[in-house]
Every structure is written in structure tokens, then in C-alpha cells.
Write a protein that binds this ligand. Structure first.
Ligand code: MTE
Ligand code: MO
Length: 269
């Protein structure tokens, strides 16, 4: 930019060489330089925009078809943020009394209507192909953890709420899912597979991440994901899947309902 400006002022200098500049000439010279610079900048901005606009789009799949240069930036941002992540960092918690008595309810994709809690099973797909089918009573017998924290939805609301369940890390240890813990991602889907999320393993294993079966010390009602939902305080609401049907593990990103629509895959706070 400096180069261009210098060039423009040189051209002008030549034209008025030897002459003393009048006030009008000085103004006119400055106008020439600033309009010239503006034109060059505008051209560069337009060229950059055309380049981005015409750049290839990532194939439709796990994430939402961003232009590849933009996806590269998003992936770099995610890498940087994940580098700062530590399971020693805890989300702020509150006394029970501060938890909302009327808990906000959002969308119900894959979790609308009632569910037969007695017939429900959590299907866990192990990496060796083995499948576990676990009933809610078996999950309720595991050590219980409660958390009162500020639940945040990307749509702009948040609310202090109180959840109870088993820590995801305790669940993994109890069912001896050590080989699975070594993988990079956890995928969770509703029984009808209409809503699904992918979670990076460090966030899933965070000490505040729960497979929750209670809200305000009572069994989850259907609208909050009966009989079992994910409560993952280090992520936005979109990742807190209600009515879990199956859990799977992989080293590649599992499919994710909102990431497919272009939302951030990581969705960390
Ligand atoms: N199965 C299912 N889980 C879901 C959703 C959904 O539509 N279906 N919505 C998500 C979103 S966007 C939010 S903010 C929270 C809302 O949970 P709540 O209804 O208990 O407040 O659930 C998440 N889990
Ligand atoms: Mo949300």
C-alpha cells in the first residue's frame, strides 16, 4: 500500500516539478493521492471477495459446506481453542437454591412425545463390534453426581439449572470402555436417529459431563429428554442431546445435526 501511495505522489510530483505549489494544488494533490489509494484498496477488496466467492466448497457431509478457505480458518480456530482446553478447568457452579424451578424447554427433534422408559435401552457400540444394551436401572445404580450450572443455548438464552446423573467418565470406567476412551470422538443419537451429536473425547470425559436422568432431583420428564440425556456444561445446548438411544466411538467426527446446518462443530464455551 505504501508503495502504491508513493508511486501516485511521484507521478503528481513530476507534473508539478519546479513549480511552487499553490494551496489549491496541494489540496488537489492530496485528493489525487487519497482517491487513488481508495480505488486501489477497493479493487483489492473486490478481488479478494471474488476469489473467496469462487473458491471451492467443502463436500457436503459432517460440516455445512463452507468455502474451503473459510473452513481452513475455522479448523485453525478450533485447533487453537482445543489447545487451551483442560479438564482441570471447571465450569462455574451455583447453590441448589439458585436453580430455576421451571426449567426452560427448547426443541424436541428425535425426542418428542412419550417414551416407554421400561423398554428403553441404551445401545453402546464398542470398537470391537460388541454391543451393550443397558437399562435405566443399571445406570441409576452407578455413583450419582449432581451439578447446578448456567446452561447456555446458542439462540441467546441461558438459565441456571440442576441436573443429576452419572459422570460420563464413571460410566466409561464401569463398563470397561477403555479402548473406546482412547478414541477421539463420541457420537450419540436419539432412538429414532433424528437428532445426533459428535463430541470430542476430552470434553466427553470432562469431570462435569453427565449422562443425566434427573432434573431438580426428579426423573427427567419427556420434554427434558427422558429417560437419559447428555449434560455437557463445557458445550452449548445444541450438544446436550435429549433421549439418548445409542453411543458410538470413532477417530473421525461423528455426524452432528447442527454442524450439518453450518453451526460450529466444536460448540465449546
Ligand atoms: N433430542 C434432542 N435433543 C436436543 C435438542 C433437540 O431438538 N432434540 N435440542 C438441543 C438444544 S438446541 C437445546 S438448547 C437443549 C434444550 O434442552 P431443554 O429442552 O431441556 O431446555 O437441548 C438440546 N438437545
Ligand atoms: Mo439450543
Amino acid at each position: 500500500m505504501m508503495k502504491v501511495t508513493k508511486k501516485l505522489s511521484k507521478i503528481f510530483k513530476k507534473r508539478v516539478a519546479k513549480k511552487e505549489l499553490t494551496v489549491e494544488q496541494t489540496i488537489s494533490r492530496r485528493n489525487f493521492i487519497s482517491f487513488g489509494s481508495f480505488a486501489v484498496l477497493a479493487g483489492a477488496a473486490w478481488g479478494g471477495w471474488r476469489w473467496l466467492y469462487k473458491s471451492p466448497v467443502e463436500p457436503n457431509g459432517i460440516t455445512g459446506q463452507a468455502h474451503l478457505p473459510l473452513r481452513a480458518v475455522l479448523n485453525t480456530n478450533e485447533k487453537l481453542v482445543r489447545g487451551l482446553y483442560s479438564n482441570n478447568n471447571l465450569v462455574k457452579t451455583y447453590p441448589k437454591e439458585m436453580a430455576a424451578k421451571v426449567v426452560r424447554h427448547n426443541s424436541d427433534i428425535g425426542s418428542a412425545g412419550l417414551v416407554d422408559v421400561d423398554a428403553w435401552k441404551l445401545t453402546v457400540k464398542k470398537s470391537n463390534g460388541e454391543v451393550l444394551n443397558i437399562g435405566i436401572d443399571e445406570i441409576r445404580r452407578l455413583p450419582k453426581t449432581e451439578i447446578v450450572y448456567d446452561f447456555k443455548c446458542v439462540e441467546g438464552w441461558d438459565q441456571i439449572s440442576h441436573w443429576g446423573g452419572v459422570k460420563f467418565s464413571d460410566f466409561m470406567a464401569h463398563f470397561k470402555l477403555d479402548a473406546e476412551t482412547a478414541l477421539e470422538y463420541v457420537g450419540m443419537e436419539t432412538p429414532d436417529k433424528q437428532y445426533y451429536v459428535g463430541i470430542d473425547m476430552p470434553s466427553a470425559m470432562h469431570p462435569q459431563t453427565l449422562l443425566a436422568y434427573e432434573v431438580n432431583e426428579k426423573p427427567l420428564p419427556p420434554k427434558h429428554g427422558a429417560p437419559l440425556r447428555l449434560i455437557i456444561p463445557v458445550k452449548y445446548g445444541i450438544k446436550n442431546l435429549k433421549r439418548i438411544g445409542s453411543v458410538n466411538f470413532s477417530n473421525t467426527r461423528p455426524r452432528d445435526y447442527w454442524a450439518e446446518q453450518g453451526y460450529d462443530y466444536y460448540a465449546g464455551l
